[in-house]
Write a protein that binds this ligand. Structure first.
Ligand code: UDP
Length: 193
């Protein structure tokens, strides 16, 4: 069990970004089913105020402090919190890792125009990463999306539907595919430029 610090009922990962990346790389290599929540203060507060969402967050294998607000909050409470770990930094790291190790990734979220731009960026920047699937975030049939992820057998599944939608989606469907599942908020918009 990793070192954690409890804030607002959530056990936050309390170690460095580099150590987090190492842990995730091992889990991805072993195809361990892993759910990562990248929690900014807004997400943490939402979980605190909404018990059903808190239960979802508690199902995660890792909740990382995505935002300096969480780190500062920990300091104020005299709790240890190593450093901020942002979803976007994890995303970039895992794309790079996937590229170097010829792994596959499935992408769900954002507007169709963003996804077509992001596909170009990924193909150019990470040519050895296999794109197992790309699905914009405005679908009607979620079961169909889940089945497609299952069929893809992807090493990593990146879900950017905004919170709490992405965490509900991951918690509901993570069993269809063993690998890394991570909620990434607006990261696809950022990567697409
Ligand atoms: N989004 C989506 N489907 C939805 C609602 C939102 O794919 O039904 C996408 C939206 O296009 C954006 C991301 O989810 O790419 C949410 O970004 P935002 O910055 O609002 O998320 P946050 O980082 O605040 O969780």
């Amino acid at each position: 069990m990793s070192n954690t610090s409890k804030i607002l009922g959530i056990d936050f990962y309390n170690n460095s970004f580099n150590n987090f990346c190492k842990e995730i790389e091992i889990k991805a290599s072993n195809r361990q089913n892993t759910f990562i929540v990248t929690a900014n203060p807004e997400i943490a507060l939402n979980a605190y105020q909404d018990e059903s969402f808190l239960e979802i967050v508690k199902q995660a294998d890792f909740v990382v402090p995505d935002g300096i607000g969480i780190v500062k909050g920990a300091k104020m409470l005299d709790l240890p919190m190593k450093e901020r770990i942002s979803g976007y930094d994890i995303f970039l790291h895992m794309l790079d890792w996937g590229n170097k190790n010829h792994k596959s990734a499935y992408f769900v979220g954002a507007k169709p125009s963003i996804m077509s731009k992001m596909k170009d960026v990924i193909k150019k920047t990470y040519p050895n990463l296999k794109i197992a699937g790309i699905q914009d975030g405005y679908f009607k049939d979620e079961l169909k999306v889940a089945k497609s992820i299952q069929k893809s057998n992807s090493d990593m599944v990146f879900i950017a539907l905004g919170s709490p939608k992405q965490e509900y989606f991951i918690n509901k469907y993570r069993e269809v595919n063993n690998g890394i599942w991570i909620g990434l908020g607006g990261s696809f918009d950022v990567l697409s430029g």
